[in-house]
Design a protein around this ligand. Structure first.
Ligand SMILES: *Cc1c(COP(=O)(O)O)cnc(C)c1O
Length: 240
């Protein structure tokens, strides 16, 4: 057992490695974006409620999930904690109501209809507006989900008229690349798109970009939320 200064009590080796990883990631993010307010989103898909609880006890508040059913089970097990839940996976129309009721953020809104349904569900439930990001297919891959950059302006304008959602910003998952300069390009393009929208008065404050392999490049380009799975939890057991 090791006495851990954050928890101020003894913790076992698995918990210890999680806490050390969180500390390391926090430090890396601070070094890559000195003085900036960056949210570390711990992407907990495929991870246990117990692992989330360990991180929450060390102060981690934001958790990202890709699959509704998996997320709901963990939320139930962790209902005694005050956490911010972010939905970051592909979102089908028939899941929008449940997602709207059980999450604080949705990063993966890729069409107007989804935003409309999320908005309606929040209003019907009498909940405050849901924070959303529009997912943009910034590297132009045909197979990837996300709005093409050319249609983002029009969709953003329509989304801003909805009462039950608050449009916070843009999200992207670029093609993986091992090279820092190549990684920066799509992130720079997403930031440029956000700057253009904001110049037109859209008022976005969030860039959800960067994962374990490319967060440093994303932070160089102005990311405000980095979505970190592997870097915190280690490799996922299943490829999901
Ligand atoms: C799984 C996932 C992540 C985290 O990926 P890592 O490479 O493990 O950090 C981030 N964003 C989305 C949308 C994901 O699906």
């Amino acid at each position: 057992m090791i006495y851990h200064r954050v928890l101020s009590r003894p913790v076992g080796p698995i918990k210890m490695s999680l806490l050390l990883a969180l500390q390391r990631v926090t430090q890396q993010v601070q070094e890559a974006a000195p003085g900036r307010a960056v949210t570390i989103l711990a992407v907990s898909k495929g991870q246990s409620a117990a692992a989330i609880r360990t991180l929450a006890q060390a102060g981690q508040r934001d958790f990202g999930e890709n699959y509704l059913q998996e997320a709901l089970e963990k939320q139930l097990a962790l209902a005694d904690l005050t956490l911010q839940w972010h939905f970051i996976g592909p979102l089908q129309s028939n899941k929008t109501k449940s997602v709207a009721l059980h999450f604080n953020w949705v990063h993966s809104v890729d069409r107007l209809k989804i935003a409309e349904r999320l908005s309606q569900a929040r209003m019907e439930a009498g909940l405050p507006p849901l924070n959303i990001c529009l997912q943009v297919n910034i590297s132009g891959e045909v197979s990837k989900s996300g709005l093409v950059p050319q249609e983002v302006g029009e969709v953003a304008q329509a989304v801003r008229a909805l009462q039950g959602v608050r449009l916070r910003g843009l999200m992207a998952i670029p093609e993986p690349s091992a090279d820092l300069e190549a990684q920066r390009k799509p992130f720079a393009a997403l930031r440029h798109l956000q700057d253009t929208l904001n110049a037109g008065g859209t008022g976005l404050d969030t860039l959800s970009m960067g994962m374990s392999q490319d967060f440093a490049a994303a932070l160089q380009e102005g990311s405000t939320i980095v979505r970190m799975g592997t870097a915190i939890f280690g490799a996922r057991e299943r490829a999901i």
